[in-house]
Design a protein around this ligand. Structure first.
Ligand code: ARG
Length: 549
């Protein structure tokens, strides 16, 4: 947004000796600023009120009204000037992060595990953050740190050999794997032989045994195929699918670094790093030689640092892994890596789901794709009722249904636990994705009906309260994206979109758009800016913006 603060500072610094840029404060979120004069009273030996009055008389800035009140100099941006500045640039041209590289580890699914509702938050928060950082000019590396290593895969192979069958696996995919896995767990408790067999298979995978690796790769591709279908619906792509197994042979390099600093200790045959009194030690290698989760994450951190040279490395992972990341960052700090401070655990709360029938739960897990399907089905019913004439109903319902789930997940502060309700998420009149999409479609329909062609507008026609409220909410949209990115908080964007819609709908009801003349041109211009901002914002939040609804 246009930097009024800087203008005010420059104009005021001769009138107020010793003024610092930070003394200029925003007194409301948009277009009023003030300078408190109390700190000058001592130096100038005058009352703050007198200082403010004198300064106000001497400060002149084009388009800004300057007044003294109660020891403050108040600055009010004139509406005309504000509107002109609001529309002087292009949406999305602000690139404060150009030249920076950000790694974002998100979604990170586990092989042979269903893509369930628990992955929703990491997937959509991470996906939105990728979009924000890209929009702000950063180079983004989206990483799906696959959970593709562990003894459980040996168990799965032995279960598959005992009870599985290729045809069923091909037909049922993950459902079959999940069932085999559940069966492995219950039967291996009763029969030790199964567990031994599992251990042998997992060693075979590690040794690169052709048959074992072949089966594992098949499980992996079944898992990824399902996950990628979900990613496509969410408009998400990854730059890397390097998973845990990729780092297994790189753990030795980390151990060397730890040894060089005298940090690697042996305890009961296990290799550990002690982290002081307030944290349990980090387990690097078990006594049987197997590396642990944190060891592979250490290797991954080095790999990312060496290969991408990141300025920030984000991990979008649930809050229950907070200790893991604290330990991970601490070990890197002990290793003397200065970039340890560029690593951030972007944590989030728990999701529960209300109103989903148990019948859609498979093996007691709720698949994300089932939730999306249910939302799309409901969206279709709503759309068919509201707009029976609409073409491409199915495509629109997909955008609206999926969008409803995503927007809902991104609407509250990420740390808050959520109880997801389909009915609430799909309420077209609530603070929801469909509401924003519908407002966007409404703007488009106004523009289409008016056969609007981009034209220069007379900004003086946009100074009434309703129009001006809309302008204020559009003016700093790029800053809103920036603030969402640096706070790792997509809700900053989703909340602003809803505010824009509410303000636009007030404007739409109060100001007749098709009123002729230059007022109509200006109102159409504003409608076009709203449509553009809503589409841009929806896309940043992974949602489609259908033209018609
Ligand atoms: N696969 C893990 C899980 O589902 C998340 C991995 C997060 N990323 C990481 N680098 N540790 O719990």
């Amino acid at each position: 947004m246009y930097d009024y603060k800087l203008d005010i500072f420059n104009a005021a610094k001769t009138a107020l000796q010793g003024l610092e840029q930070t003394d200029v404060a925003a007194s409301d979120a948009f277009c009023d600023y003030c300078i408190p004069c109390f700190k000058f009273a001592k130096i100038l030996r005058k009352s703050p009120a007198a200082i403010a009055a004198e300064a106000a008389a001497n400060i002149k800035i084009d388009g800004i009204k300057v007044e003294a009140l109660n020891g403050y100099v108040n600055f009010t941006i004139e509406r005309g000037a504000f509107v002109k500045n609001a529309f002087c640039g292009t949406l999305g041209e602000y690139k404060p992060l150009a030249g920076k590289t950000v790694c974002i580890d998100f979604s990170s699914v586990n092989i042979a595990k269903p893509f369930h509702i628990g992955h929703l938050m990491t997937t959509v928060i991470g996906g939105a953050l990728c979009n924000f950082y890209r929009a702000l000019g950063a180079t983004v590396v989206g990483i799906n740190h696959l959970g593709d290593f562990g003894t459980q895969f040996g168990g799965l192979i032995s279960a598959y050999r005992r009870w599985g069958d290729e045809k069923r696996l091909n037909e049922r995919g993950l459902d079959e794997l999940l069932e085999l896995y559940v069966r492995y767990h219950s039967e291996s408790e009763k029969d030790e032989q199964i567990a031994d067999e599992a251990r042998e298979w997992s060693q075979k995978i590690e040794r690169g045994d052709e048959y074992a690796v072949g089966l594992f790769d098949k499980f992996k591709s079944i898992t990824l195929e399902q996950a990628k279908k979900v990613y496509a619906r969410l408009n998400i792509e990854f730059d890397s699918y390097l998973g845990e197994s990729f780092y297994v042979d790189k753990v030795a390099g980390v151990e060397q670094k730890l040894n060089a600093k005298g940090l690697l200790k042996t305890s009961d045959g296990a290799k550990i790093v002690e982290l002081g009194d307030d944290m349990p030690p980090a387990l690097i290698r078990r006594s049987d030689g197997a590396s642990l989760y944190i060891a592979r994450d250490l290797a991954a951190a080095y790999y990312r640092h060496e290969n991408y040279g990141f300025d920030k490395c984000l991990y979008v992972v649930a809050s229950h892994q907070a200790l893991h990341f604290k330990q991970l960052f601490k070990v890197l700090e002990l290793l003397g890596e200065r970039w340890a401070s560029d690593m951030v655990h972007v944590s989030y709360g728990m999701v529960s789901v209300e109103g989903m029938a148990l019948s859609t739960r498979r093996g007691n897990v709720l698949y994300l794709s089932d939730v999306l399907d249910a939302a799309v089905e409901k969206a279709l019913a709503i759309i068919a009722e509201r707009n029976p004439e609409l073409k491409d109903k199915n495509t629109v319902a997909e955008s609206v249904g999926v969008g409803a789930v995503v927007f809902d997940a991104l609407y509250d502060g990420r740390l808050k636990d959520k109880n997801f309700s389909l009915a609430d998420a799909l309420n077209f009149d609530g603070e929801t994705g469909p509401y924003v999409q519908y407002t966007h479609a409404r703007c488009n329909s106004v523009l289409t009906k008016a056969k609007y062609k981009a034209k220069k507008a007379d900004y003086a026609e946009l100074l009434d309260d309703e129009a001006y409220d809309v302008v204020k909410l559009l003016a700093d949209f790029d800053d809103v994206v920036y603030s969402a990115a640096v706070k790792y908080e997509p809700s900053v964007v989703s909340r602003r979109l809803v505010k824009i819609c509410q303000a636009f709908n007030r404007f739409y009801n109060a100001d007749r758009i098709m009123c002729g003349g230059k007022t109509q041109d200006a109102r159409l211009f504003l409608t076009a800016r709203v449509a553009e901002t809503l589409e841009y914002g929806l896309n940043l939040l992974l949602l489609d913006a259908p033209e018609r609804m």
